[in-house]
Design a protein around this ligand. Structure first.
Ligand code: NAD
Ligand code: DAU
Length: 334
């Protein structure tokens, strides 16, 4: 296939681009604005590949989108481009509204004009929190944060393009991803790097919030599977095989890094914090996808990757991230 991968310089988008080129021999054009979270380094092993092309641009910029379509002549658009950190959406929601609402709209219009298949990458957070049981594709939308509310709005717009214009549009909603190349604002890489540096490990509230962890390679494969096998107009959940409380995850990271449990510090809880996410992937499993990486093994591999790839995170830890960390946590990194 020839694909336009928007947001392909981010954590999951770059995992997907790598998988499609290396394992499926696809031709991939990445369109990415390169926000603080988007990094060309994430695509370092693709830049010299003839099947790969990188274009810097925003999805809400019609001209940039048109240029990317002209350059890559894609058969499908896969949209990962998003602002993705819940805490930043609470502090500064502006970019979440423009990228998720306007950006998705511009891409949908381009897909309609060129009659392309369109896949929107979405999140289990659109369903809100669930005390018991699991969310299915039929569960109502009940987002809690500006992040999840704007992602839910984008999903509704995507569905409207199927119903109104017959666009071949699909949605794939994932649970919490982890793995290599994840920006360290997110729980797992933040805790790994703080543990390795002897910094404190800031657990929000009691740390008993539960997340349904999926390795990014499994979520990327799920998206590829939906793109190839999914029915137009439908949405598919892709949840990980394991659920864990945050405090359990942090304690495992402490053990894997040889840090000390005394580094764990309970800090003020996130406003509107969802207590538990849990996603049923029965529908996508029936299409032949299933996650391969169990959390225990994936976490061990992820810790090893961060240990071995300081070239990747050192520039981040000494750049914008330091200032963000001070604003968010009221203290400095070592
Ligand atoms: P990320 O923050 O690592 O990457 C986002 C990418 O989008 C970056 O490369 C950034 O530069 C780019 N981007 C942002 N705004 C843009 C714009 N206006 N135009 C073009 N590019 C723009 O995020 P991620 O964790 O890889 O998430 C990718 C997608 O997967 C998002 O849509 C997110 O909602 C979804 N998702 C993430 C998770 C998770 O746990 N990380 C789980 C489920 C779904
Ligand atoms: O569920 C899918 C979603 O997972 C994605 O859509 C989002 O893009 C992604 O950021 C992620 O959202 P979360 O809010 O669940 O991830 P985060 O890594 O920010 O936090 C995971 C849990 O850990 C959450 O309960 C908050 C908690 N936490 C997080 C940080 C950064 C802490 O206790 N301390 C922290 O410092």
């Amino acid at each position: 296939m020839r694909l336009l991968v928007c947001g392909g310089a981010g954590f999951i988008g770059s995992t997907f681009a790598r998988q499609r080129v290396h394992e499926h021999d696809d031709e991939v054009t990445v369109l990415d604005k390169l926000t603080y979270a988007g990094r060309e380094e994430n695509l370092h092993d693709l830049v010299d590949d003839a099947r790969f092309r990188f274009i810097r641009g925003a999805i809400e910029d019609r001209e940039a989108v048109a240029a990317a379509i002209e350059a890559g002549a894609p058969e499908a658009i896969v949209n990962f481009a998003a602002e993705t950190h819940v805490d930043r959406s609470i502090a500064e929601p502006d970019a979440f509204v423009s990228t998720h609402a306007l950006g998705t709209y511009v891409l949908l219009e381009a897909a309609r004009e060129h009659q392309l298949r369109y896949l929107q990458v979405s999140t289990d957070e659109v369903y809100g929190s669930i005390a018991e049981g699991t969310f299915t594709e039929e569960s109502p939308l009940a987002p809690s944060s500006p992040y999840s509310a704007t992602k839910a709005g984008a999903d509704l717009l995507v569905q409207s393009y199927f119903h109104t214009y017959g666009l071949s549009a699909l949605i794939c909603r994932g649970s919490n991803n982890y793995g290599p190349y994840q920006y360290p604002e997110k729980l797992i890489p933040l805790m790994i790097l703080n543990a390795l540096h002897g910094d404190s490990l800031p657990v929000y509230g009691d740390g008993m919030q539960v997340r349904n962890w999926i390795h990014a390679s499994d979520f990327a494969a799920a998206i590829g599977h939906v793109l190839e096998q999914g029915n137009a107009g439908e949405l598919y959940n892709a949840g990980g095989p394991d659920e864990e409380a945050n405090l359990t995850v942090v304690r495992r990271i402490v053990a894997l890094t040889g840090a000390s449990e005394s580094q764990i510090e309970h800090v003020t809880d996130r406003p509107g914090h969802d207590r538990r996410y849990s996603l049923s992937s029965q529908k996508l499993r029936a299409l032949g996808w299933s996650p391969r990486v169990r959390f225990e093994e994936g976490l061990e591999r992820t810790v090893a990757w961060y240990r071995e790839n300081s070239w990747w995170w050192e520039p981040i830890r000494s750049g914008e991230y330091r200032a963000y960390y001070e604003r968010q946590y009221g203290r400095s990194l070592s």
